[in-house]
Ligand binder design. Sequence first.
Ligand SMILES: [Mn+2]
Length: 295
Amino acid sequence: MKLDKIITMASAPVRLRLLAMVRSLRATGCQLPVWVIPYSDDADSEFPLPEGCEWRHVPEVSDWVKRIGAHPMTRKYSCFLTANYQYADSDIVFLRNPEEVLLPDEGFVASCGHWRDPSNTMTSQSREMFRRSSTNWQREVFNAGQFACDRPLFENFETLHRVAHAPEHRETCLYPIGDQPGINLLRLVSGVPISNVTLPPVNMESTWAGDYHDEDYERFWRDENRRPYLIHWAGVSMASPRPIHELFYRHLTPAELDEWHAQILTRASSPQGLRPRLQRAKRRAMRAWDALVDG
Ligand SMILES: [Mn+2]
């Protein structure tokens, strides 16, 4: 595919993540425009973007998401109305130019190892749809933080809306807890063929920061064709030190690094550790939601 843009999502709290992501992209030689989907419409959520980036409002999608109470991350569904893009979350750092890496690929391209553990990519409803689609359906699920496609999954917003609201899809596509199950199901329903560069024939090494534990993480990357083209922190806490965090830090100035560490310390010292409590609450909510859909 011939990429013509990078798409991401951001709001003020992830400003440093976004700056590092864009700088890492430019360092690979990629000068494509970056569309930034606003995570929220709050007045203080936007901030000045680096050159070559623009806030990309798609009101029909963001108004719809708000109206139905779906998770704000589902604003990413607007990607499915466009073509020739790489979507990348702000907690990603590029290592190779996605324009070059994806040139031989067609259709929808995933680049994660979720096939090892598909559990967070579906609801109990969409699991049945995947099971009915193939006996090897695990190859077709992916992390919603990184995907590329050379064509729109749906011809217009009306079609996307109709598919998402269909009785057999709505619990998954209008999911209030996250975007990943809906994004996976919409790709499946679209019928656009999917491949994953971490599976044969490419067998790229892992793109997830959580798979790299020690100082010499680059030893897995001796074969350039199998070197990951991006690294995604997806759920890996920056509060606990890991050598691979350096790939992110190297794109921040000393002043930004100070700001970053102050943010981490504030979060870590919140009463009784707010983050674990929030994550437990989220797991409870996901179980309750699944039970509701099953019932
Ligand atoms: Mn992410």
